[in-house]
Design a protein around this ligand. Structure first.
Ligand code: ZN
Length: 344
């Protein structure tokens, strides 16, 4: 089968790799129907050292079950399923606490002989715990939105949950990438009264308005901080969702969070230190967030997608086949595409 392999910065290839087969009784094999490129794939795309063996890519996919191991119950060939961006047994103590990203028997897509999602098929370890059945047909128009349950919509929702967004609260989302936009949508869904979106790409912030943003702040750094403070009577917002991962975004978050407020980190952190000194202590600021346990949220978020209440799939603005995957990476890196859908 064909799959996406990254060999170094800027070097993404689609190659023939061995077809996946059941190796353990808890595995399933899924034929991929939709996959996509993640904003987090752009970090290695920008900086990965050259590698001989390469790295299998992709952690967001939905597809059709083709085969299941003898210990996989509740799934059969022909089921349409979505996979969260890590696999997990969904039964260990961490999973029962809703933290499938820390599953004792789980892992990531790509390394250690596990397939990536940007390929024609995937061997899914811990299939019964990992996969969630989707009650639609393979040609449903809802597939792009359902695919966001793998990662971006659940990740945005995680930012909203961890930053304690609730009816009447105010929130600032820093970053107009797919995760930031999904955080706007999730904040609106949970009743946030004021949603400030910080981003400077007009086509993206326009979608942010459709998703529920009440104010757009295109300025960055000190100017951006001033603007949010003006909008909030000098206080900042109850919640701040940092959906970039850069030092500047975190500095902005600390400057615009209201006293008693919460900063949730969703962007893949490219920094190792956060200046949490006396000021943030006096302000009773909480810093939280992290990798979203998407598996914990899928059942909750699924109904609103099925009935059309939300349409997070609008973050996909570019579709490629497998031959177009390298171009898709380039388009996202150049910011000419917001998020690239892969349709085999
Ligand atoms: Zn587990």
């Amino acid at each position: 089968m064909r799959a996406t392999v990254m060999y170094g910065a800027g070097d993404v290839r689609v190659e023939n790799v061995p077809d996946p087969k059941i190796q353990n009784s808890t595995d399933a094999v899924v034929r991929v129907v939709r996959s996509c490129v993640c904003g987090s794939d752009l970090w290695p795309y920008g900086s990965m050292p050259a590698s001989e063996e390469g790295r299998r890519m992709g952690h967001e996919f939905l597809g059709v079950v083709e085969d299941v191991g003898s210990d996989v119950h509740g799934l059969t060939s022909g089921d349409l399923v979505v996979a969260p961006f890590v696999w997990a047994d969904n039964t260990c103590d961490f999973c029962r606490e809703g933290l499938q990203t820390s599953c004792r028997h789980g892992g990531q897509w790509g390394p250690n002989g596990v397939d990536g999602g940007q390929g024609e098929a995937v061997r899914v370890p811990q299939a019964q715990g990992t996969l969630v059945k989707l009650p639609v047909a393979e040609d449903s128009a809802l597939l792009p939105s359902l695919l966001t349950l793998s990662d971006v919509y659940c990740t945005g929702h995680h930012g909203v949950v961890t930053s304690r967004v609730a009816p009447g609260k105010s929130v600032t989302v820093i970053g107009d990438g797919a995760v930031g936009l999904c955080a706007v949508l999730a904040a609106k869904r949970l009743g946030a009264e004021r949603i400030i979106l910080m981003g400077r790409h007009t086509d993206r912030t326009d979608l942010g308005r459709d998703f529920g943003a009440t104010d757009i702040v295109p300025e960055r750094g000190e100017e951006g901080v001033e603007r949010v403070r003006e909008l909030t009577g000098g206080d900042g917002t109850h919640a701040v969702i940092e959906a970039v991962g850069a030092t500047e975004a975190m500095d902005t978050a600390l400057s615009i969070v209201r006293h008693g407020g919460v900063i949730s980190r969703l962007g893949v952190a490219q920094y190792t230190e956060i200046p949490l000194g006396f000021e943030s202590m006096m302000g009773n600021i909480t810093v939280t967030g992290g990798a979203a346990p998407a598996r914990a949220y899928i059942e909750e978020l699924l109904p609103d997608i099925l009935d059309g209440t939300v349409d997070p799939g609008r973050v996909f603005d570019h579709t490629v086949g497998f031959d177009g995957v390298p171009d898709g990476y380039r388009a996202m890196a150049d910011r000419t595409a917001l998020k690239v859908l892969i349709q085999p």
